[in-house]
Design a protein around this ligand. Structure first.
Ligand SMILES: *[C@@H]1O[C@H](CO)[C@@H](O)[C@H](O)[C@H]1NC(C)=O
Ligand SMILES: [Zn+2]
Length: 406
């Protein structure tokens, strides 16, 4: 009941102007307290939601009042880790414009959706025998959604596929940056990565939620938007990563239109998720490795995510994830957390990793890229390079494992 009242408050306060927003870190100390956090996650905007370390939630001034009261009531420890989210966003925006003005590639600053599409179109013109860009659909606001297929140019058809997608959650800007870096390395640094393309083609969809992404870019006050942009009564958008048709509407999803984990009225209600579904179906039986890029927290997690149940080839999922873990540890010393998605985080149904897995992808992994910067969310623009390079090391190691064994 309390939570319902809070949901209503949020609806009335409505805007996401970010004035006075803070980030709280919540540290439950028991199963009961974790269950309180799980409940709250349906209503509040969690930036990070996990059982194995503190979670993080973005709150408006009004939400701060109600949430801190609730947490105190349930005796759950919390502290404020960022007092002024908007200030960091404004700094990042200024830095990003400067960096974009002097750099060429999408990974030197955070780029727009059309710059990303232009970059992959340009690669097709430059490397026509190894690159094929396809328009696979349009977003709700009619932006072109594209995939890029990267081969070694030997013309052999029906190879197995490594599929990578990015940009599902609008505000997770480091995700499409890593997606672009994957593309850049495979295409422009082909000679170094030939082995990854010998018996496998790579298909990358670098920007799924194009509307949401452009919305976060349009105004700093929209920077923390997560969902798609199709209207639902007074609110906008669906959480695309709750909108896939596998255990749709089970745990960790909301039926309320204004919530950040709104699952949508039905599976694939969003053109963006329907496009990804169709793309995945078009490669049915060929996908050895499905990798979806999110942020944040440095996690490599695998199905099932809808409930704390291991997938049938759990050992293979763990094997590939461990390869990524080890490679990144060696590269930078960073320790990713690895494991079953529902056990490590909280159950969340209708996600694309479960869907791809249920449709036959042998290995399916969500990579929650590391936190960065003062917001503890996306890294600031000047750090993008370091993040994409480190992430690529992990992706190569996982892909090599798949190429060797799966
Ligand atoms: C190409 O790949 C190699 C090996 O990963 C790396 O050392 C090098 O920096 C890459 N070159 C470019 C231009 O990205
Ligand atoms: Zn995400």
């Amino acid at each position: 009941m309390l939570i319902k009242v809070l949901g209503l408050l949020f609806l009335i306060s409505g805007s996401l102007a970010l004035e006075g927003y803070k980030i709280l870190e919540i540290s439950p100390n028991s199963e009961d307290e974790s269950n309180v956090v799980e409940q709250l996650s349906e209503t509040y905007d969690f930036l990070k939601l996990t059982r194995v370390e503190p979670s993080q939630v973005l709150v408006s001034p009004e939400e701060y009042q109600t949430l801190s009261g609730l947490l105190a009531k349930y005796n759950v420890n919390f502290k404020t880790i960022n007092e002024n989210v908007l200030a960091d966003i404004l700094t990042d925006a200024t830095d990003n414009s400067k960096l974009c003005a002097t750099s060429r590639l999408g990974t030197d600053c955070y780029r727009s959706h059309s710059e990303i599409n232009n970059y992959i179109d340009e690669l097709q013109r430059q490397y026509p025998n190894r690159v094929n860009v396809k328009k696979v659909g349009v977003s709700y606001e009619k932006r072109d959604l594209k995939t890029i297929t990267i081969t070694n140019g030997d013309g052999r058809a029906n190879k197995k596929i490594i599929f990578v997608d990015a940009g599902m959650h609008a505000r997770e800007w480091i995700s499409p940056s890593v997606g672009l870096y994957v593309i850049q390395q495979l295409v422009e640094n082909f000679s170094e990565n030939k082995n990854l393309l010998q018996n496998f083609d790579w298909v990358v969809m670098p920007m799924i939620n194009a509307d949401g992404y452009e919305y976060t870019r349009a105004d700093t006050k929209n920077r923390m938007w997560r969902k798609t942009r199709k209207p639902y009564n007074k609110c906008f958008g669906v959480d695309p990563n709750r909108n896939f048709d596998f255990k749709f509407g089970y745990a960790g999803t909301s039926a309320k239109e204004c919530d950040d984990t709104f699952k949508g009225p039905n599976p694939f209600s969003e053109p963006e998720t329907a496009v990804l579904r169709d793309v995945l179906k078009s490669y049915k039986g060929r996908i050895s490795f499905y990798l979806t890029l999110h942020s944040h927290g440095a996690y490599l997690i695998y199905p099932w995510g809808y409930d704390k149940i291991d997938g049938p080839n759990k050992n293979e999922l763990e094997d590939v994830s461990q390869a990524g873990y080890q490679a990144i540890l060696k590269h930078s010393g960073r320790k990713y957390k690895v494991g079953n998605a529902a056990k490590l985080m909280y159950p969340a149904a209708g996600a694309s990793d479960d869907y791809a897995y249920s449709e036959g992808a042998r290995i399916s992994i969500t990579m929650e890229l590391p936190s960065g910067g003062l917001r503890g969310f996306d890294p600031p623009p000047k750090d993008i390079k370091k993040y994409v390079e480190e992430s690529w090391v992990g992706i190569v190691a996982m892909a090599n494992k798949v190429v060797e064994k799966y």
